[in-house]
Write a new protein. Structure first.
Length: 190
């Protein structure tokens, strides 16, 4: 795992308010900013109405499991605290897919950062409920001047490799699931 990023999806229960809305998004974003450790890092994210997509790096399989579980708990507690609710937030276990090639990582970046176009029918652009504002790989847009609250990626695939599989990402690219799914690592979440 240490050399490969992982695409993680957390799906909310039906009774949880929309994750992109006001206070819920503020809670999720705050938890994501504080969710990285030295051994587990959130590199990119997007928050949709009923789920969260993450691109993470972990130093081992155990670090991935513990990191995602801890992050899921942190987000759930933040949502419940911010919205004055109790109970579970996540509908099921999380889903994780290891990304092993530059093409898989690039496709995952497009999928995560432009996912709101697919789910909300939004016009092409930077999703305000994602890490897209700090992403430095957009085509035709200068690198962001604001420093990302997320840690710098450490894997070659997330730092450099994805760029070799098609270059900068255009807003016109459609988010589609990668053709070749990698291994999944389900584990319990909060």
């Amino acid at each position: 795992m240490a050399r490969h990023p992982v695409h993680v999806t957390l799906r909310a229960r039906e009774d949880v308010p929309l994750l992109r809305a006001g206070d819920a998004f503020v809670a999720v974003r705050g938890a994501l900013k504080r969710g990285s450790k030295d051994w587990f890092r959130v590199a990119e994210f997007s928050v949709q109405n009923d789920h969260v997509h993450l691109l993470v790096e972990a130093d081992s399989r155990l670090a991935l499991i513990r990191g995602v579980q801890g992050l899921a708990v942190r987000i759930a507690k933040a949502i419940n605290r911010e919205l004055g609710r109790r109970g579970p937030v996540w509908a099921s276990r999380y889903h994780a897919r290891r990304l092993a090639t530059p093409a898989e990582v690039r496709a995952a970046l497009v999928y995560v950062l432009l996912n709101f176009c697919k789910h909300l029918g939004a016009p092409p652009g930077i999703d305000p409920c994602s890490s897209g504002r700090w992403f430095d790989g957009w085509a035709g847009i200068p690198p962001p001047s604001e420093v990302s609250p997320l840690p710098e990626p450490r894997t070659w695939l997330l730092k450099i490799g994805w760029r070799l599989a098609g270059g900068p990402i255009h807003f016109s690219e459609a988010p589609v699931r990668p053709a070749r799914p990698g291994p999944r690592h389900p584990a319990h979440a909060a």
